[in-house]
Ligand binder design. Structure first.
Ligand SMILES: [Zn+2]
Length: 209
């Protein structure tokens, strides 16, 4: 018997933590049945990079692919969850003994899953991928990389460089996962971002089995 699917997305919530300087996440009910409306209706206002979301190459590549052009293979299929116990950034050195294979979909679990998501404010000290590790993932021909906080690159560190390296090489990036309940190992992954035309990113729902 197949095991149940586990949700590795974070809830979208009014006022939730977001990358400093990006628009606030606003979720407002504009029609309320308790006030006489025939239905409830919610208005959303947020950056495309809110909560659990994907980055399209267009995020850091001027003429890169946009969200609706994404093939489905990078986000549906076998994936590997790898756990890192690092204090600041995942480096090329941290990756070298993992026997990563071309074509793999990888999700990186760190202390972010328990620490960063428990904070109401943006955690500037979240664990990120250092540029040398980003380059190694490209060299290894990894197809998809998922991380457990809001960016692959570090705040005030190599956020631009890491994005340029990975998105520039066509790696599909999932950000904002919560892997707290997931053990390292192999899983089936489904992660479907909203099909937003021309977008550099989109919120998504991601599940593992
Ligand atoms: Zn993003």
């Amino acid at each position: 018997m197949k095991r149940p699917w586990k949700d590795i997305s974070v809830p979208l919530r009014d006022g939730m933590a977001h990358w400093p300087g990006d628009p606030e996440c606003r979720i407002t009910r504009v029609n309320k049945m308790e006030e006489g409306a025939v239905c409830n209706l919610t208005h959303l206002s947020m950056s495309a990079h809110t909560g659990t979301h994907m980055d399209a190459p267009r995020h850091f590549v001027a003429d890169g692919l946009t969200m609706e052009q994404m093939p489905l293979e990078p986000v549906i299929g076998r994936c590997r969850v790898v756990e890192f116990e690092v204090e600041s950034q995942i480096t090329a050195d941290d990756l070298k003994d993992l026997r990563l294979l071309p074509g793999q979909r990888l999700l990186f679990k760190t202390r972010n899953s328990t620490r960063s998501w428990a904070m109401s404010e943006f955690d500037k000290d979240f664990i990120s991928i250092r540029a040398d590790a980003a380059q190694l993932l490209v060299d290894l021909k990894i197809v998809t990389v998922g991380v457990d906080y809001l960016s692959i690159g570090g705040y005030g560190k190599d956020v631009v460089e890491t994005h340029q390296i990975m998105l520039g090489a066509g790696i599909w990036v999932i950000e904002g996962l919560n892997l707290a309940a997931i053990k390292p190992g192999y899983y089936d992954l489904i992660c479907l971002p909203l099909k937003i035309e021309g977008a550099d990113g989109a919120p998504c729902r991601a599940v593992l089995r």
